[in-house]
Design a protein around this ligand. Structure first.
Ligand SMILES: Cc1cc2nc3c(=O)[nH]c(=O)nc-3n(C[C@H](O)[C@H](O)[C@H](O)COP(=O)(O)OP(=O)(O)OC[C@H]3O[C@@H](n4cnc5c(N)ncnc54)[C@H](O)[C@@H]3O)c2cc1C
Length: 504
């Protein structure tokens, strides 16, 4: 998609449509700046759809004394619960006690800190739990008698990206998907940037007062091409893989499982019928090599779960798996688990020159705070922008409590499946009502592709959420792919190709 000719010179050009780029574009556009965001592929097509999908303080970072990060993350958790209730699902996490790994007093101390580090959180505080009693005794091995229970939040990473982009556009930003930033050179106070249509290869030039390099795993390579000082900044690319298996615990609890290697592995309720298990940490230096879960990683995750679960998991139980790359700021720690998850911003440019700001590290959880920090760092180069605003403004569909939206949808649409209506509300919040305008009967939803995917939502994904290929819709805008058979996925992909053909 070509950038809008309405912006021959933009205030800010953001490279990368992952969560960090999307959050920065939203923040900047809402402050009245002209913003262009370029994403070489599908928004959230890289790391930001391959996370564990947690909005969390990161209990284990306390062990590394990363208090600043934990405090900021807990504050952001509260903000997201407020501005995106449909994308922020509170969960209770069970942490079975393994005395040979960490003493109970240490865990109790950590949890007390976690509960109180950032004011008075709205989620229930931690407590101890007797795991030798039902329902836990049905799922956990009998040696796990004692445990702890604490709160965190689950989100949908890819939808969080898309709704930030949507809001950026509604505040005046231009989003160019399938558009690669190929080159950029300084012309005094401006950047002259060469964009390339990722599909046709057609080049296009734009000018920008400031450039943000939010290219995730590609941040280092891009910075080396564009910055004055081409010496590499420490970057560690660490692959993390997840597996999805049929639901282990029928309730809505998550499990935090301590491992003998010092790591923790999460078991998370996922898409009603499944459990998401992750993650691993393996060096993966080449971002051009698409990360895939290896057999060894799948075995590691099964073994990690089997240390605690009564009924063992096998690799054959895995119904889906995915991997992503953490682009971490290399703070010299050898152990990937010990490298800080905090973000590091590197600013390049002398005072009279257009700046380049590169983002290393960071978490999904802290994307909004990171965007505010980016705006502060770039302030000297930008027209005086409005003050910070994103902590109070709901994301699209986040203006009403989730339960209220679900109840209203069910009242308005008594002939539609109530479970499906709840899932629709999770994806779109209060905006689900717009999507269902004019729908009375199931037949009004258009073609039924299976897995809860209907034509009316597909058309919305294409028209308003930059979806183009079948995978964009099946695995990122929704997770319908997980609920469909291989034949249904193929039929949907064919339908989409037919619709896109000139006579479709
Ligand atoms: C396994 C794993 C689990 C995680 N779990 C959690 C979690 O539970 N909670 C949490 O808070 N965080 C988690 N994280 C961290 C979080 O996912 C990342 O910090 C975050 O997604 C990074 O977002 P990003 O925008 O920087 O990068 P990305 O999402 O990778 O986006 C960068 C984008 O830039 C684009 N791009 C690159 N080069 C160009 C170019 N030249 N032109 C145009 N576009 C370009 C890419 O296509 C890509 O889409 C996890 C990470 C991993 C890997």
């Amino acid at each position: 998609m070509a950038p809008s000719p309405a912006y021959p010179v933009v205030d800010l050009l953001v490279i990368g449509g992952g969560i960090n780029g999307a959050g920065i574009a939203r923040d900047a556009a809402g402050r009245g700046l002209s913003v262009l965001l370029c994403e070489q592929g599908d928004p959230a097509g890289a790391t930001s759809s391959a996370s564990s999908k947690l909005i969390h303080g990161g209990l284990r970072y306390l062990e590394h004394a990363d208090f600043r990060l934990v405090r900021e993350s807990l504050r952001e958790r509260e903000i997201l619960l407020r501005i995106a209730p449909h994308l922020s699902r509170p969960l209770r996490f069970i942490l079975p006690h393994a005395p040979q790994l960490r003493p109970a007093w240490l865990i109790r101390l950590g949890l007390a800190l976690y509960d109180r580090l950032e004011g008075s959180p709205s989620l229930p505080a931690s407590e101890t739990v007797d795991l030798s009693r039902p329902p836990w005794s049905a799922w956990l091995k009998p040696e796990y008698r004692k445990g702890f229970i604490y709160s965190d939040v689950q989100t949908d990473d890819a939808r969080l990206v898309v709704l930030n982009l949507r809001d950026a556009v509604e505040h005046g930003a231009t989003v160019c998907d399938r558009t690669r930033v190929r080159a950029a050179r300084r012309e005094g106070a401006l950047w002259c940037v060469t964009l390339e249509d990722s599909e046709s290869g057609k080049p296009h030039e734009v000018r920008a007062r400031a450039l943000v390099n939010a290219a995730g795993p590609w941040v280092g390579a891009l910075r080396e091409r564009l910055a004055h000082d081409p010496r590499p900044v420490g970057l560690r690319l660490i692959k993390g893989s997840h597996i999805v298996v049929p639901r282990i615990e029928p309730g809505e609890h998550a499990f935090t499982l301590q491992q003998p290697d010092g790591r923790v592995v999460f078991l998370l309720p996922f898409e009603r019928e499944f459990t998401l298990i992750g993650t691993t940490e393996i060096d993966h230096p080449d971002p051009e090599q698409k990360p895939q879960p290896s057999t060894a990683e799948i075995d590691y995750l099964c073994a990690a779960a089997n240390r605690t679960l009564r009924v063992p998991l096998k690799a054959a139980d895995v119904v889906w798996s995915f991997a992503g790359l953490r682009a971490l700021f290399d703070d010299g720690k050898h152990d990937p688990a010990a490298i800080t998850r905090d973000y590091h911003l590197e600013l390049d440019g002398r005072h009279s020159e257009a700046p380049l700001l590169s983002i290393f590290g960071g978490k999904l959880t802290t994307y909004r705070a990171l965007a505010e920090t980016v705006m502060n760092r770039l302030a000297p180069w930008l027209p005086t922008p409005a003050p910070a605003w994103t902590a109070r403004a709901p994301l699209p569909g986040g203006d009403r409590p989730f339960g209220e939206v679900v109840a209203e949808l069910r009242t308005r649409h008594p002939h539609l499946d109530p479970v499906w209506l709840e899932q629709l509300a999770r994806r779109h919040g209060s905006r689900a009502t717009r999507l269902l305008a004019g729908v009375e009967q199931p037949g009004d939803l258009g073609e039924d592709f299976g897995g809860g995917l209907f034509e009316c939502e597909v058309r919305h994904f294409i028209a308003h959420e930059w979806a183009r290929e079948a995978d964009d819709i099946l695995w990122r805008r929704s997770k319908a792919g997980l609920h469909m058979t291989a034949a249904q996925r193929l039929a949907f992909a064919r339908w989409l190709v037919d619709k896109r053909s000139p006579d479709g």
